[in-house]
Design a protein around this ligand. Structure first.
Ligand SMILES: O=C1O[C@H](COP(=O)(O)O)[C@@H](O)[C@H](O)[C@H]1O
Length: 261
């Protein structure tokens, strides 16, 4: 059964990033205590980067055993590996370059100067194979049951690189796709699909700022994932929307959580 989304509304985007960082640190520490390893899927975008920066600034980051963290990406801009537009380059600037990760556990999506060159479909297939190898027999799909999968919500309700009415949002067979002609630049990207996203134990959707208010209201009024891809993103045990007041401003009153800080 699809878990009902839970909403937490913070006062502003800075507080939202700090609270999300505290939440993610705790989640990673708990997963490492329970299973030895934790796995997190990172997002790009302003809110995802603010969350990483807040982790970097938190003294509690030292509670994480960074060498026992598997990192994946939900999407990537298909540009050369050192291009500042890459989500991975931005994540390195904000956090990854400042913590002692095990490089073998950091699963970058391919870049356009990688083994497949400019062939984005082959690059997507390569990432799908890497995910499939990591999926254990206990996983019911071709991707691991990630502890937390982060998604920034775009102002048009896109998540990862799945855009409204775009072919990728209809994909049901593959776990990773090449995206061409994305409405947001750069046009060529790699993305997890909705079935891959839904293999995560917990999916956390991040949206802050007034430019996200329409998207949040639309996605949470269930118009369907074709029109609002964010509405099709949920986890097997929890779906959490982390918002600030500006992004929650257009939610219908029955959805607005009463006791958010
Ligand atoms: O292009 C992308 O945009 C979305 C949302 O970004 P935001 O800056 O509007 O929050 C992001 O989630 C995705 O990973 C990224 O590739």
């Amino acid at each position: 059964m699809t878990p009902v989304p839970q909403l937490v509304v913070h006062h502003d985007k800075e507080l939202m990033a700090q609270a999300a960082a505290a939440r993610l640190i705790t989640k990673i520490v708990d997963a490492q205590s329970a299973r030895g390893l934790a796995s997190v899927v990172l997002t790009g975008g302003r809110n995802g980067n603010a969350l990483l920066a807040a982790i970097a600034a938190s003294p509690a980051r030292d509670a994480v055993d960074w060498s026992r963290l598997e990192l994946w990406w939900g999407d990537e801009r298909f540009v050369p590996s050192a291009d500042p537009e890459r989500n991975a380059v931005q994540a390195a600037d904000e956090l990854l370059a400042h913590v002692p990760l095990d490089p073998a556990r950091v699963h970058y999506m391919p870049a356009s100067d990688g083994l497949d060159g400019a062939d984005v479909e082959a690059a997507a297939e390569r990432y799908a194979e890497e995910l499939a190898k990591a999926a254990g027999p206990e996983d019911r799909t071709l991707v691991p049951a990630f502890d937390v999968l982060l998604l920034g919500v775009g102002p048009d309700t896109h998540v990862a690189s799945l855009f409204p009415e775009h072919p990728g949002v209809r994909e049901t067979a593959r776990t990773v796709i090449g995206v061409r002609g994305a409405p947001k630049p750069p046009p060529t990207r790699i993305s997890l699909t909705l079935p891959a996203i839904r293999a995560a134990r917990e999916v956390w959707l991040l949206a802050a700022g007034e430019d996200k208010a329409d998207a949040v209201a639309l996605a949470l009024s269930s118009p369907g994932e074709l029109q609002a891809p964010a509405s099709g993103a949920y986890g097997t045990s929890r779906t959490l929307w982390l918002l600030d007041r500006a992004a929650a401003a257009k939610l219908p009153p029955q959805l607005y959580p009463p006791a958010s800080a």
